[in-house]
Every structure is written in structure tokens, then in C-alpha cells.
Design a protein around this ligand. Structure first.
Ligand code: HAM
Length: 422
């Protein structure tokens, strides 16, 4: 009896070629937008000491979500759940040699032990993009513009996609005003972060459980409904102007409930949402102390990360993912029989040397079977080099879509194939 295949790990994905093509397409959009704004690619290790995240990421990430283990030397190691602490560490290590403002981007895998659901998994990819070394509203605004430029490039319009912005400094001042003491701030930020993720009754119960007084809870609830609050923040007003000047204001919404779950943010914070489905696409913000917290000199930064899972779901729902193309840019070189096998091999090599992708059938088989295979792989054209063609110094070119076949002089094959592929 045949055994069933070993199961994959919950919350991981198998990237069969069709899904892999979608990921590659997403990466091409990410690369294009990042580099259009002058950002350089970089990468960090996939493993870090757990203590790196303990510096500032927050309890939820470290205690509940990190995939961590003790290595053979007794050190606690984590598969990276995010990149920003690694970035801060890398910058701190070479702070004297690096040129600032530093603009870097990355796309790679991350791991978090979360409940897998539509749009969330345990192994996922993130696009990270950060600007370090300046403390200006212009830098924060640049991040918002990059988000908007990305959404525009994949066809997501401001009708469905909004970048919701707030400011932790602004909220901090307002919380002081309603009598929230410094020791309560972390809990209250967490409470605010939960506002959009819980129903009202559960949210109020959470507030009571945190030990907040009724007047404080009412004060916070009022604050979260004040859509004009942002106007009293100089930073947010300047960001608004800069985003307007860049032509992206339709994507932006100032939203007092955005506070973010990570502890290291100190200023502007933002998340982008698919507003029809209430689905979060990315998140980021301004952090003043992270480089200092991991051992460098104090240096501000701003950035965001977007996971590949939810954006793919949303793009699919809106019909914005490209069709699967398979090997449409590759030519099938068939093998007529054993006597002509070396001629086909030489033809495939010649095509490759001219920059044409050529797939050689790996055994002698009936031509019909070879054509069928080429068709299933999405190829548009197959070449036949049989004894007659060799004798006439020609090659038969079969259009796999129309099924028409023409014979062309061997000297014209590159030109003919290029026409087919174009
Ligand atoms: P974050 O909000 O924890 O921020 O994650 C950013 C994005 O990563 C989320 O909006 C989501 O798209 C994606 N993501 C997170 N967890 C999962 C998951 N379990 N499954 C699928 N996607 C997920 C950060 O990571 C910050 N380090 C971002 C940052 C960069 N801030 C400044 N620079």
C-alpha cells in the first residue's frame, strides 16, 4: 500500500511554480519601487540571539511568537520574527563607516508562531524598507509615498487602499491630558492597538481588566473618535503637506486608533489597509532609539514592512495578479529520433548562446508527446530537426497555439524564433 506523503509544517507554504511566479512578480514590483526611491538591497541572517528582540520589540513577539531554541552551546536563538532589530544591529556595528541618510530595503523569510489563517502564516516573507539617520517629517513622508507608489504600481487604488497614520508623541501628550500615568502607557498603547481588532464590549472589558478607571476609558474612547486630532501635531501636518506635494494624498487617512504593537516606535506610526475587507497590508513607523538600544549611538529611523501573504490575497480578490505564464518565453527543441539527437542538442546550445531559452526533450519520444508536453508547460513554439530538415539545412517551426508548421532555412532560425516569442 502506498504511504501518504509526510505532512508539511502547519503555517508553511509550498511554492509550486505557479505560486512562485506570483512571488517573483511581487518581488519585481517591490524592487522597482524601492530602487526608484534610491534604496539599496541588503540582507541579514535568518538566525539571531533571542535577546536582540528582547531589547525593544515587545513581549508578544518575544514570549508568544518567536520560534526559538537553545543551541548546542546553550545560547537562546530565534528564527527572525522581524528585521528591524537586525537592521539596527547591523547599523550599530558599522555606524562610523556607513553613509547617512541610509536607505536600505530587503525581501526575505520570517517566522512567527501565530494561529494560521487567511492572510497570516507561521512562515512568511516581508518587504522591509527603512531610512536611518535623519529626524524629519520629510523622511517619514517619504515612507508613506513609497507605500502609495507601491500600491499604485500593483493597481490598488485609493478607493480600496488607505495608509492610516498617527503619531505616538501626539497620543502620548493626549493621554497625559486625560490622566494616564507613565506606568500605564504601555498597556494603554496595547489597548489602543486592539481597538480595531475587538468588538466594543470585549475592548471595554480589556480596559477594565487593565485597571483603568471609567473616566480614563471614556477619555481614551473619545480620543479615538477624534478624526481632527492629527491637526494638532506639527509632524503630521508637515507629512500631510509633503504627501500632498508628491500627489499621493488620496491614499492617506489620519486615524487615531493606529498605534502599532511593537514597542520601539516613538513618533509617526502607520498601517495600510484594504478598507473594503478590513485587512491590514503593512505596518511601520518612526523609531528614535533602536540603534542605541542594541549598542550603537542614538540614531533615528523610519520604515515599514509588508508581508507577502495578505497582499497576495487582496490582489487576487481584486483580480490584480498576473496570469500564470509557465514557460511561455522558452522554445521546445524536440528530438526526432536517436540519429538526430546530437543535432537537436547542438541546436538548443546555439539558441541559448544567442540568449534564447531552450528546453530540450530529454529522451526520444513520439513527436506528438513532445508537443503535448511543451503545450502543458505553456511554451508557444517547438522546433523539429529530422533527417529531411538536416538534409535540406532547414528547421521546422511549429506554432503550438495555431498548430501551423513552417519550414525555415537554418540560418533564419534565430530571427524566426524571436518573432514567435515577441
Ligand atoms: P509588523 O507589523 O510586526 O511590523 O509586521 C509587518 C507586516 O508583516 C504585517 O503588516 C504583515 O503584513 C506581515 N506579517 C506579520 N506577521 C505575519 C504573519 N504571521 N503572517 C503573514 N504576514 C505577517 C514589523 O515587522 C516591523 N519590523 C516593521 C518595520 C520596519 N518597522 C520599521 N521598519
Amino acid at each position: 500500500m502506498q504511504q501518504s506523503p509526510v505532512q508539511s509544517i502547519k503555517g508553511t507554504r509550498d511554492f509550486y511554480p505557479e505560486l512562485f511566479q506570483t512571488r517573483e512578480w511581487l518581488v519585481s514590483k517591490i524592487k522597482k519601487v524601492s530602487e526608484a526611491f534610491g534604496y539599496q538591497p541588503y540582507e541579514g541572517p535568518y538566525l539571531e540571539k533571542l535577546e536582540l528582540y528582547a531589547a525593544k520589540s515587545g513581549d508578544e513577539l518575544v514570549k508568544e511568537q518567536a520560534f526559538c531554541f537553545e543551541d548546542r552551546g546553550g545560547e537562546f536563538i530565534s528564527l527572525r520574527p522581524e528585521l528591524t532589530p537586525t537592521l539596527a544591529r547591523m547599523v550599530a556595528q558599522k555606524q562610523r563607516q556607513l553613509a547617512f541618510p541610509l536607505r536600505w530595503y530587503q525581501f526575505g523569510p520570517f517566522w512567527r508562531y501565530e494561529r494560521p489563517q487567511r492572510g497570516r502564516s507561521r512562515e512568511f516573507f516581508q518587504w522591509n524598507i527603512d531610512l536611518l539617520g535623519v529626524n524629519s517629517a520629510a523622511a517619514d513622508a517619504e515612507m508613506i509615498c513609497i507605500c502609495a507608489a507601491f500600491f499604485e504600481s500593483v493597481g490598488l487604488t485609493p478607493d480600496t487602499t488607505k495608509i492610516q497614520i498617527n503619531h505616538r508623541g501626539l497620543m502620548d501628550g493626549e493621554l497625559n491630558r486625560i490622566g494616564i500615568v507613565p506606568e500605564q502607557k504601555k498597556d494603554v498603547f496595547r489597548l489602543i492597538d486592539r481597538r480595531g481588532k475587538m468588538n466594543e464590549a470585549a475592548w471595554c472589558k480589556y480596559a477594565v481588566d487593565l485597571g483603568l478607571a471609567t473616566a480614563q476609558i471614556e477619555g481614551i474612547a473619545d480620543l479615538l473618535m477624534n478624526s481632527d486630532l492629527w491637526k494638532s501635531s506639527d509632524d503630521l501636518a508637515r507629512i500631510n503637506e509633503a504627501v500632498k506635494a508628491a500627489g499621493y494624498e488620496a491614499y492617506v487617512e489620519f486615524t487615531p486608533t493606529i498605534i502599532r504593537g511593537l514597542d520601539y516606535y516613538t513618533g509617526t506610526v502607520f498601517e495600510a489597509m484594504d478598507i473594503r475587507g478590513g485587512r491590514a497590508l503593512l505596518g511601520g513607523g518612526h523609531y528614535d532609539n533602536l540603534v542605541g538600544d542594541v549598542g550603537g549611538e542614538q540614531l533615528p529611523g523610519v520604515g515599514f514592512a509588508m508581508g507577502d501573504v495578505m497582499i497576495s490575497v487582496v490582489l487576487e480578490d481584486y483580480g490584480l495578479l498576473p496570469d500564470y505564464e509557465g514557460l511561455s518565453d522558452t522554445v521546445m527543441v524536440t528530438i526526432f529520433d536517436e540519429t538526430t539527437q546530437t543535432a537537436s542538442l547542438a541546436l538548443a546550445s546555439m539558441l541559448r548562446s544567442q540568449g534564447i531559452k531552450a528546453s530540450l526533450y530529454p529522451e526520444t519520444e513520439k513527436l506528438v508527446k513532445q508537443f503535448k508536453y511543451a503545450d502543458r508547460m505553456g511554451m508557444a513554439v517547438a522546433l523539429v530537426l529530422g533527417p529531411d530538415e538536416i538534409a535540406n539545412n532547414t528547421i521546422a517551426v511549429k506554432d503550438l497555439r495555431s498548430r501551423n508548421q513552417v519550414e525555415v532555412p537554418a540560418a533564419k532560425i534565430i530571427e524566426t524564433v524571436n518573432k514567435f516569442l515577441a
